[in-house]
Design a protein around this ligand. Sequence first.
Ligand code: PBG
Length: 328
Amino acid sequence: MYPMKRNRRLRSNESIRSLVRETVITPNDFLVPLFVVEGKGVKHEIPSMPNYFRFSLDTLESEVKLLWELGLKSVLVFVKLADVLKDNKGTEALNASGLMQRAVKTIKNVCPEMLVMTDVALDPYSIYGHDGVISKGVINNDDTVEILTRMSLSHIEAGADFVAPSDMMDGRIASIREAFEDNGYVDAGIMSYSAKYASSFYGPFRDALGSAPINSKNIPKDKKTYQMDYANRFEAIRETDLDIDEGADIVMVKPGLPYLDILREIKNEFDVPVAAYQVSGEYAMIKAAAEKGWLDHDQTMLETTIAFKRAGADIIASYFAKDIVKLI
Ligand code: PBG
């Protein structure tokens, strides 16, 4: 008898397909990145990220309310600073009334239940566009960790629920965790960018924040001395293992789509929630191809999102979050 198995039976119409579908996405899966700038009434589209915007604190209020109405309950905040506020040590990052600290308060004020995570790294604050302090032409790990720790405390003091260190310095999770414990912030969370690769896909993000490493003789031109080599897999396990040991509550793999193998491996290996970040360059590629009519925007967006979840992501940080939630 031929054939005994006809797999197409389970694909023959949408009803049966949806009945046997293994992966579903809901608004609960998403973490929404937000770019914040100084000013009033600002909603600037980022040129390399079509339909994505920088908000001033007032327009941020309505955006946050809208996200909440759409069922999106977690945000990840980034700030774009004026160049005059930048220096080598990211001094402005520690300002209790700095833009990040005010953004956190603004969000919590309009939407107290919104889960607020803050980016912790020096690049938006650094005149050199690096995630750490530079001394003698190199990124100094331990000096940076000290600043990142104070920065993290400052974000939690402002009302953030989680900090998200994206800097890839060694030992920063332990240092931040200890500071939280010592200061009584026992419930403050840490989502660590634990496996973060030195990637070309961050380009549009650096446009959005004006945070690209500067081109200068004595300054490293890229982030390869701290972000991971994209040829490496075992290193991602070691990094993640260490961050969990040091006290991370959530770990992350970044970028997203080119690193689904890493994501799956981390998910299989560890029992903490795993986040994936569909980064700016991934967003820009889909937007650009869709603008040219070369790809179907919504279908491509959905397919990539499902791919993250299928590969093991418990949390998806995505610039598409709003669009997807409207679609599903
Ligand atoms: C900063 C940071 C970056 C991203 C998140 N946090 C850029 C970088 O490391 O250069 C990238 C996010 C994206 O591209 O969407 N440390």
